[in-house]
Structures are given as C-alpha cells and as structure tokens.
Design a protein around this ligand. Structure first.
Ligand code: PRP
Ligand code: URA
Length: 209
C-alpha cells in the first residue's frame, strides 16, 4: 500500500488558505500554487540519494555529499497541473518535463485523454505527476496508467488538495505510488467538486471563468 503524506508545515497551510479564498486574484493564485509546489518539492525529495564526492574548498580538500544523479521528471496533468511545474523546476532545474492532457467530462466526471508526451528515458527517472486537485481520482489514475504504459516505474503523485474518495481510489489502483498532499479535505459534492476545496483549479490558474 502506498504512503500518503499530508503536509502540516505552517507556510504551506497559510498559502493553501489563501488559494481557497474566492477573492484571491488569478495573478496571486498562480503565484501561490507555484510557491506551494516548490515547498512540497523540498519536502517530497527527502529520500533522493546522495553520494560522497571529493572537492577542494579554498582551504583544503574535503568529502561532501551530492545528489547521486538520480534524474527527475515532472509530469503535469493538463491544464491545472501546469501551474505546479515552475515550483518543482525552481528546486530541480534540470528535471525533464512530460505532459498529459486530460479533461473530466462535466457530466460523467470520467477523464478523457487528448495529449501525452514523455521524456524518452522516462523509465530511468523519478517521476513527479502533478495536479492541484485529487477529486474522484479518475484523472490521476488515468495519468499514472499512461506514464506506466510508457515505461515509468518510480512515480509519486503531488497535489494541493485531495478528497478522501480520490486518495482511496488512487491507493487501490496504484498501490506503488506515494501521494503528497498539501491539504486533505472533507468530501466531494454532487458535482464531484472537493468540499471545501478551492473551486475549479484550471479556471482559477488561467483566469478562464
Ligand atoms: C481537474 C483537476 C484534475 C481533475 C480532478 O481538471 O485539475 O485534473 O479535475 O478530478 P478527478 O480526480 O475527479 O479526476 P479538469 O478536468 O477540470 O481539467 P482542466 O485542468 O483542463 O481544467
Ligand atoms: N477539479 C477541480 O478543479 N476542482 C475540484 O474541486 C474537483 C475537480
């Protein structure tokens, strides 16, 4: 069974509170999503491997710890997952970026794919699939199916707000994928929106409504 990490860091909680507010502007919303993604990346990369390297400081030779070269890919679920990419890249600037285009049918809430492009060596990378919202879990499950079909093995899912229903579905369908969440909410409403949530993440990031 996968692990679920819910961040209780005060900075993350404060910024999540701000994006929930319906009066937060598109510009601020976008900036906050990026900042939360960056803070979550800091926490969710704790287990990246280090190796000893010998370097020279201006004073003497010494052995230091450096990342062992485990390569990273960030794979946003379009559209809203795009809002988290720059936050991840701030901390891991040489990560490659894949894209998965999915939208939820407004009536059935089933995900539909319209685009998928992965880095060629996706099978050798630690993959961060990003999407601000984990509601029914349909989009996350489908996106991770696509990543695995294209060879992805070492996958984590990072989202801002998750409903218990979506967490359960994702854990059942992809028990090998750990889930990083900024806030776990109460439930879904009759339109499969997260309550209290933040509304439609894509519309709020891109200002389309
Ligand atoms: C939203 C969100 C997730 C999905 C979550 O995207 O960004 O991808 O819904 O819902 P689920 O867990 O029930 O699948 P949406 O389909 O609205 O597309 P958009 O990002 O293009 O707005
Ligand atoms: N997608 C969103 O953008 N928000 C929700 O609450 C659920 C799905």
């Amino acid at each position: 069974m996968s692990k679920v990490y819910v961040f209780d860091h005060p900075l993350i909680q404060h910024k999540v509170a701000m994006i929930r507010d319906k009066n937060t502007t598109t510009k601020d919303f976008r900036q906050l999503v990026k900042e939360i993604a960056m803070l979550m990346t800091f926490e969710s990369t704790r287990d990246l491997k280090l190796e000893d390297k010998t370097i020279e400081t201006p004073i003497c030779e010494t052995t230091v710890k450096m990342l062992s070269g485990e390569d990273v890919a960030v794979v946003p679920i379009l559209r809203a997952g795009l809002g988290m990419v720059d936050g991840v890249l701030e901390l891991i600037p040489n990560a490659k970026v894949g894209h998965i285009g999915l939208y939820r049918d407004p009536v059935t809430h089933e995900p539909h794919e319209y685009y998928c492009k992965m880095p060629e060596d996706i099978d050798k990378r630690r993959i961060f699939v990003t999407d601000p919202m984990l509601a029914t879990g349909g989009s996350a499950v489908a996106a991770i199916d696509f990543v695995k079909e294209r060879g992805g093995k070492d996958i984590v899912f990072m989202c801002l707000i998750a409903a218990p229903e979506g967490i359960a579905v994702l854990q059942e369908k992809h028990p090998d994928v750990d889930i990083y969440i900024a806030a776990k909410d109460e439930c879904l409403n009759e339109n499969a929106y997260i309550v209290p949530g933040l509304g439609d993440a894509g519309d709020r990031i891109f200002g389309t409504k």
